[in-house]
Design a protein around this ligand. Structure first.
Ligand SMILES: [Zn+2]
Length: 93
């Protein structure tokens, strides 16, 4: 039985087909995932989509894709920017 849920993308009223998203928004995110800009897990954590096999509509007011991807990228960059120990061969003796 198909549940009649609309896309949980902010302001979108189209029927959700996968991950709580309509075809258009699902594939928009799918492309971002394929391009390795984000992962589905990151999108799930950001509340942008639902885990697979779940048709429930999530929280309202989810951010738009661009803002969302930017936020995730920024978070990832922040992780990357974390101080990494330079490989120095300094002997301390
Ligand atoms: Zn949509």
């Amino acid at each position: 039985m198909m549940s009649k849920t609309s896309c949980q993308f902010d302001g979108c009223k189209t029927r959700a087909i996968r991950r709580g998203l309509c075809e258009k928004h699902y594939f928009a995110l799918w492309r971002a995932v394929k391009a390795k800009r984000v992962t589905w897990t990151e999108l799930e954590e950001a509340g942008a989509c639902l885990p697979p096999n779940q048709h429930r509509v999530g929280r309202p007011g989810d951010p738009k894709v661009a803002a969302l991807l930017k936020k995730i990228e920024q978070r990832r960059d922040a992780k990357k920017a974390a101080p990494r120990k330079p490989v120095t061969t300094k002997s301390e003796t």
